[in-house]
Ligand binder design. Structure first.
Ligand code: PBG
Length: 323
């Protein structure tokens, strides 16, 4: 045999060849774009920590959603900046809340775009925690009822998918039961199954004004050191009726995405979070990295790790660069 018998470079000689044997693809059809919705109308203001992303009133969110739909992106996920906050986050499950209004406005404008909503109390509570607070504790079971109410109110407004991100135990089951009882048996649950207590959420908390006013989220979000525990969380959410399970953040947790992919047969999502985005944007603004190549490589790595779906602030950029 002449040396070397195998020459892997043969298949790298041209872009046609490379595309022919490419193992992983990422396109707008795999992506969900987060939107931050605010009160009022005609309101659109760039979020300093998330350049290229905006606080949007319902009408502006509908305009943005039309653009997202036109770009071929699968869907949007909505986060709310409510008019007012209180101890139990009541604006989160008010039928005329910011997210509910935006869902209705988007559904009226977009025929195909998937509309998902984040289900969590932290944007709506005065203390900024994801659940009901008693003393210094975030209490689990009293929170479930409120999350279920929020999910049902999002479904009533027209959400196709609800995405609980609070990390309370048993919330997927509580939400599934309430959705079914209210006649929303076909509304899907995308559960933030393995959500870590991460410093990568920093820019989001500024964008959503949702930083906890005391303590931190480590009594409910996961310890970044754990992967077996992620599989346990995923198993519980699957048993409770989750339709898609998510790992969050994405890039520092590619191994977790891979482990989850191998342990369940449901679709797996990953959230390429605000801190991951902000770092890319900051370095690109300084000319230190090639933004297009970095974004494509990053999103490809998340797909290669096993994610079917990626929630990402880069969605519009990637879609534009692809078309
Ligand atoms: C709400 C929520 C958070 C994110 C999504 N849903 C913040 C948090 O848990 O503090 C983070 C998203 C991001 O950083 O892009 N619980």
């Amino acid at each position: 045999m002449p040396f070397p018998a195998e020459r892997p470079r043969r298949l790298r000689r041209s872009e046609r060849l490379r595309a022919l044997v490419r193992e992983t693809r990422v396109g707008p059809e795999h992506l969900i774009y987060p939107l931050f919705v605010a009160p009022g109308s005609g309101f659109r203001k760039e979020i300093p920590s998330l350049p290229g992303c905006y606080h949007l009133s319902a009408d502006e969110a509908a305009r943005e959603a039309r653009e997202v739909e036109r770009l071929g992106i699968a869907g949007v996920i909505l986060f709310g900046l409510p008019e007012g906050k209180d101890a139990v986050g009541s604006q989160g499950y008010a039928d005329d809340g910011v997210v509910q209004k935006a869902v209705r406005a988007i559904r009226a404008e977009c025929k195909e775009l998937l509309v998902a909503t984040d289900v969590c109390l932290c944007e709506y509570t005065s203390h900024g925690h994801c659940g009901v607070v008693e003393g210094q504790d975030v209490v689990n079971d009293p929170t479930l009822e409120l999350l279920a109410k929020m999910a049902v109110s999002h479904a009533r407004a027209g959400a196709h998918v609800v995405a609980p991100s609070d990390m309370m135990d048993g919330r997927v089951g509580a939400i599934r039961t309430s959705l079914d009882a209210a006649g929303f048996g076909d509304v899907a649950i995308l559960s933030y199954a393995a959500k870590y207590a991460s410093a990568f959420y920093g820019p989001f908390r500024e964008a959503a004004d949702s930083a906890p006013q005391f303590g931190d989220r480590r009594s409910y979000q996961m310890d970044p050191a754990n992967v077996r525990e992620a599989l346990r969380e995923v198993r519980l959410d699957v048993a409770e009726g989750a339709d898609v399970v998510m790992v969050k953040p994405a890039l520092p947790y590619l191994d977790v995405i891979r482990a989850v992919r191998e342990s369940v047969d449901l679709p797996v999502a990953a959230y390429n979070v605000s801190g991951e985005y902000a770092m890319v944007k900051a370095a690109a603004a300084r000319g230190w990295i090639d933004e297009r190549r970095i974004v494509r490589e990053t999103l490809t790595s998340i797909r290669r790790a096993g994610a079917d779906v990626i929630l990402t602030y880069h969605a519009k950029d990637l879609a534009r660069w692809t078309s």
